[in-house]
Design a protein around this ligand. Structure first.
Ligand code: S3P
Length: 176
């Protein structure tokens, strides 16, 4: 029995959309770490980055992840940068050992750019050259996504409904 389904991957790869549909299909709860952080601190991610900085955000992100991973029967969409924190990586590894499955959603930089662009909601991309930032951050993060994932799905040219099917098939195959 799979404990939790955890979606990792860069911004704009479909974690929230795909995660919500998977949760509906599985009749599991859906949790988005960004949303939990905003709920807990009662302000937006953009505000947290602006007033408290990224390091503070990462600390809260790890705490929130730790709390969520106590539970089971959940589809968890994680923030794209969660893998940059060693404590978060350790928590994800532990959860995998405890029976969670980690799926890495991936997309090409140009596709990510089209999906999120210069996003006010995503402070790391709210600059003059978001495509450069995307390429840069992807190069830094991809080995972590790869290291943690049980499966990878490229969502660049695939509709979200199809990605959902692929994720659910992957979970079923693991159950057999
Ligand atoms: C971030 C990704 C965002 C959010 C924050 C930082 C990142 O989440 O956590 O803006 O560092 O890649 P999404 O991946 O859900 O957009």
């Amino acid at each position: 029995m799979v404990r939790n389904l955890i979606l990792i991957g860069f911004m704009g790869t479909g974690k929230t959309t795909v995660g919500r549909s998977c949760a509906q299909r599985l009749k599991w709860s859906f949790i988005d770490t960004d949303h939990e952080i905003e709920r807990e601190l009662k302000c937006t991610i953009a505000h947290i980055f602006h007033y408290r900085g990224e390091e503070y955000f990462r600390q809260v992100e790890v705490e929130v992840l730790q709390g969520i991973l106590q539970g089971s029967g959940q589809v968890i969409a994680t923030g794209g940068g969660i893998v940059t924190h060693s404590a978060a990586r350790a928590l994800l590894e532990q959860s995998r050992t405890a029976g969670s499955r980690i799926v890495w959603l991936k997309a090409r930089p140009g596709v990510i750019m089209k999906r999120v662009g210069r996003s006010l909601e995503r402070p790391l991309l709210n600059n003059e050259k978001p495509l450069d930032t995307i390429t840069d951050l992807l190069a830094k993060r991809e080995h972590w996504y790869q290291q943690l994932a049980d499966a990878m799905i490229d969502t660049s040219d695939v509709a979200a409904v199809q990605v959902v099917e692929t994720v659910l098939n992957f979970l079923d195959a693991g159950e057999a």
